[in-house]
Design a binder for this molecule. Structure first.
Ligand code: NAD
Length: 348
């Protein structure tokens, strides 16, 4: 049995990645669309064999409640719209898979969690990296202490952008700049790799004066996170550099390098084990899988078997709490402490 999805928002991610990825899913199928552009929706529906009566506008979205073909809604809208469409979707009786960043604030995340709980519906944040085989393998190597204790991590997720009119450059729609959009991958993946929550952050923020791209949102965020085990992570995200999406983890008796780490495809994992003078280097070979398909199928499996998703709403809420501390640190130019939080992710 396949779970039927309604996709909300027909932008870059839906058209270029998600709809094609459903072709590789084993437990999920697209059965409905929600868009503000009827003409575009008609074409996309035809292309993917979606019935005309399963095409909705933002105004008729709530009528999804009367459509038994739809069990789950995948929200792929600008960040500021995630909370509203999650809450309305849960009230329509559907399970919600929501794109990252989960929302524009931790308060919105909490409201989304509460609405899904109240409606007894599942909520998952689409953290694709946590369903990607190379990143999962890196986590296993670290958790199994293959190179001894983890000591230090460096991570970047940087790219360039050109259109100041795009919603990503409007604070009200995006919530922030490089940090919630792409820096979030460093933050979220490091928490996933370590299985720990940071207790302190310290950050610098910068935007080139006069550049219209960064009138409302930050160009650079550079930050450190301190973890209870003593690990320190050095992270940076930038909206105005050549693409760089990597991390390196330094351990007592080896290191692990993922480059690219956060891209849609092509992850490469190299390791070095302390052995001899130069260390024993290894390129990890394993099968690449479509991370969007593995992520969507994971949510379907949770619905089919009534399981808690691996990246539930609480995972997004925690990231937003940390991002709020990062912004506060950059603004006040001082380290900001975070409350101790136990991580409850089962190692699966
Ligand atoms: P996009 O701009 O390409 O698409 C956004 C869609 O929302 C468009 O179809 C647009 O018409 C629609 N929309 C509805 N109301 C709008 C409004 N008021 N202003 C602007 N657009 C409006 O964006 P995208 O790159 O597809 O991103 C959508 C979501 O997916 C974002 O939350 C983003 O962070 C996330 N995303 C995730 C990944 C990933 O790898 N997981 C990659 C890209 C984007």
């Amino acid at each position: 049995r396949r779970i039927g999805y309604a996709l909300v928002g027909l932008g870059h991610l839906t058209l270029e990645e998600l709809l094609p990825a459903f072709g590789q899913c084993k437990k999920s199928k697209p059965v409905a669309l929600v868009s503000g552009s009827p003409e575009k929706m008609r074409k996309v529906a035809q292309q993917y064999g979606i019935k005309p009566e399963n095409c909705y506008s933002y105004q008729t979205y709530d009528q999804l409640k009367d459509n038994p073909e739809v069990q789950a809604i995948y929200i792929v809208l600008p960040n500021s719209m995630h909370a509203e469409y999650t809450i309305r979707g849960a009230q329509a009786g559907k399970h919600i898979l929501c794109e990252k960043p989960m929302a524009n604030s931790s308060a919105e995340c909490q409201a989304m969690i509460d609405a899904c709980q109240k409606a007894n519906r599942k909520l998952m944040v689409a953290y694709r990296i946590q369903y990607e085989p190379f990143n999962r393998h890196a986590r296993t190597l670290l958790r199994d202490k293959k190179f001894g204790e983890t000591k230090f991590i460096e991570a970047f997720n940087c790219q360039s952008s050109a259109n100041p009119q795009h919603w990503r450059h409007k604070k009200a729609l995006a919530g922030g700049g490089a940090l919630p959009d792409i820096g979030l991958y460093c933050l979220n993946t490091i928490r996933f790799l370590l299985g720990e929550e940071p207790t302190e952050v310290f950050a610098y923020q910068y935007s080139t004066p006069g550049n219209p791209l960064f009138k409302e949102v930050e160009e650079l965020m550079s930050w450190q996170m301190r973890f209870p085990s003593g690990v320190v992570a050095n992270c940076a995200t930038h909206y105005n550099t050549h693409e760089s999406r990597r991390y390196r983890v330094l351990c007592e008796r080896g290191w692990l390098n993922m480059d690219p780490a956060f891209s849609y495809t092509g992850q490469q994992l190299k390791t070095s084990r302390a052995e001899g003078k130069l260390g024993k280097k290894e390129d990890i070979e394993m099968e690449h899988k479509n991370q969007f398909a593995t992520e969507i199928d994971h949510f379907s499996e949770c619905i089919l078997k009534d399981l808690e998703p691996f990246t539930p709403g609480q995972e997004g809420l925690q990231d937003h709490r940390i991002m709020e501390a990062i912004y506060q640190s950059a603004k006040e130019n001082r380290p900001v402490k975070l409350p101790a939080v136990a991580r409850k992710d089962a190692f699966r």
